[in-house]
Design a protein around this ligand. Structure first.
Ligand code: HEC
Ligand code: HEC
Ligand SMILES: [Ca+2]
Ligand SMILES: [Ca+2]
Ligand SMILES: [Ca+2]
Length: 479
């Protein structure tokens, strides 16, 4: 009996000793130098499930292209028909293929997937005059329309189309030229950022307004959009801090934009400046502006009064895509699943995750959000997701400013983009261009462009050791 008790006491002492040992290791790890030597870190339960149960485990070129698991068989069928509408090229009317004629007269690409290739991230053009692989240039002049929308250029409208159907002159061409801006980390490591400059060329309809403002934007990855739509307005606003009352230098605010389909003002969620309230309006707007296809919601061809000669051209029907087919593309766009994270248990990835929080990146790139009720797809409701966005606008400083307000977003404000999937562009899209206009050639460059409200986070990133910076980047690659 005595021996048993003694044995127990020995065990207790041993456990206590291990406890004290671990305690000191933990204390030590708060010290920056010791981060690498930290005791083994563990991932949270379900950490890999970025989209909750709307997550898929494909890591191939199809990682962004799959439906959320658990759709009804009818919806799954609509998803695949929607997918073919998303991929197919529209053709000039008149044509024997009446289901997909009506391209243009002005356009940037012939299909959605021309820009959202494999539902992934678009890229800036490599050569002048090529069909867009994801970049569009929005235009406006100072002032606002009746619903707070940007005022279009009288001649070229709200978007610059560098393509047109046979017999019509395109609006013009553009080139993007880059200037290298070198810099150094405090530890002496050098880097270089490329600053883009757009030049309009060969304008076919006269000069643009002298006070023209323009904004180049690449196509975002399409995954998880329905989940973002399912987040309640209340939960978005809970993170807004327009007057920075908590004094952390970060003052996210919602964009309020016009829902032209339901005739009401609403929080914007989609697009780089959160200038679109719903997936349906974004999709209909894309058909209209990017491809030249009219729909029940955008009944007019995307041409300005100054271009009204084109109204007499043959169109592809009235409207060119009907409600049924539009709904299929809408369903498709709302039910693309989110790819699961990779390497969540890797010690460097886990250290990188700790750094992400320590640097305050998650003040804007929220790591955990719970969706509300999705009116149509219950699989998207009440999901714990890791989108790494607050869907709010932040002033990102002069370096990233486009100088073109969009509804209530100023010329230097951008919506925090979701970071889910950003480690897969290389696989899906064969490039690693980041930020609104694809100027960053790597995730590292994207961080180095942060300014304004994110200045402190950027400065703290720069203060890290090279090994720590690599850990943070490994974490971001795992998203
Ligand atoms: C010419 C290139 C191009 C084409 C073609 C195109 N898009 Fe886009 N798409 C973009 C760009 C650029 C944005 C970001 C727009 C902005 O920020 O103002 C975008 C944004 C979106 C978004 C919002 C994504 C988000 O994360 O906020 C959706 C949804 C979308 N597009 C769907 C479509 C659909 C559906 C089609 C086909 C009807 C289509 N797009 C065609 C370039 C394109
Ligand atoms: C004040 C809010 C804020 C903070 C803090 C912040 N970001 Fe961002 N982040 C943004 C916004 C807004 C953009 C988009 C800017 C643009 O495209 O011009 C962005 C873009 C990015 C991108 C590129 C995403 C893409 O899809 O192209 C990455 C990567 C990123 N941030 C990582 C980080 C990291 C890492 C940190 C911490 C060191 C951080 N961010 C801190 C707001 C923030
Ligand atoms: Ca048309
Ligand atoms: Ca135009
Ligand atoms: Ca604040």
């Amino acid at each position: 009996m005595m021996q048993v008790i003694q044995a127990h006491i020995k065990t207790i002492i041993a456990i206590a000793a291990i406890g004290v040992f671990l305690f000191f290791i933990t204390i030590g790890s708060c010290d920056k130098e010791n981060l690498l030597a930290a005791a083994s870190l563990t991932s949270e339960a379900d950490e890999a499930l970025s989209g909750g149960s709307a997550t898929v485990f494909d890591q191939t070129v199809n990682a962004f292209a799959l439906p959320v698991p658990g759709l009804s068989p009818e919806d799954e069928l609509l998803f695949f028909v929607g997918n073919s509408f998303f991929n197919q090229n529209w053709v000039q009317a008149p044509s024997s293929t009446t289901a997909r004629d009506g391209l243009g007269p002005y356009f940037n690409a012939k299909s959605c997937s021309g820009c959202h290739f494999k539902d992934g991230r678009g890229e800036p053009p490599a050569t002048i005059g090529q069909l867009s692989e994801g970049l569009i240039v929005r235009l406006s002049i100072p002032g606002n329309g009746a619903h707070g929308e940007p005022d279009p250029d009288p001649m070229y409208g709200g978007q610059f189309q560098d393509h047109a159907i046979d017999g019509v002159a395109y609006e013009g061409q553009y080139e993007i030229v880059y200037v290298e801006v070198p810099g150094y980390y405090p530890d002496g490591t050098s880097y270089s950022l490329r600053k883009p400059q757009i030049n309009f060329l060969d304008l076919q309809y006269g000069a643009m307004s002298s006070d023209i403002m323009y904004s180049a934007r690449v196509a975002p990855q399409m995954c998880g959009l329905g989940l973002l739509e399912a987040i309640s307005e209340k939960d978005i606003l809970a993170h807004a801090d327009p007057d920075d009352r908590n004094g952390d230098g970060i003052s996210g605010r919602a964009n309020y934009v016009w829902n032209a389909i339901e005739n009401k003002e609403q929080i914007g969620r989609f697009g780089w400046k959160a200038n679109q309230p719903t997936i349906l309006q974004q999709v209909s707007g894309a058909f209209n502006g990017d491809i030249g296809i009219t729909s029940p919601y955008f009944k007019d061809q995307h041409i300005t009064d100054a271009q009204s000669a084109q109204r007499k051209l043959v169109n592809g029907g009235d409207p060119e895509i009907d409600n049924d087919d539009l709904e299929k593309v809408h369903l498709y766009s709302a039910t693309l699943a989110v790819p699961a994270r990779r390497n969540v248990d890797d010690q460097d990835v886990l250290s990188g995750k700790q750094l992400f929080i320590k640097l305050g990146c998650n003040a804007c790139h929220l790591d955990k959000v719970v969706t509300g009720n999705h009116p149509k797809f219950s699989v998207l409701s009440n999901q714990t997701i890791h989108p790494y966005t607050d869907l709010l606008l932040h002033d990102m400083g002069d370096g990233l400013a486009d100088g073109r307000p969009d509804f209530q977003a100023s010329g230097s404000e951008w919506r925090t983009p979701p970071l889910w999937g950003i480690g897969l562009f290389k696989t899906v899209n064969k490039h690693t261009y980041y930020l609104h206009d694809g100027r960053a050639r790597s995730i590292e460059e994207a961080i180095l462009w942060h300014g304004g409200e994110a200045s402190t986070a950027k400065a703290s990133f720069m203060q890290l050791s090279k090994a720590e910076r690599d850990q943070l980047l490994l974490f971001l690659e795992s998203l």
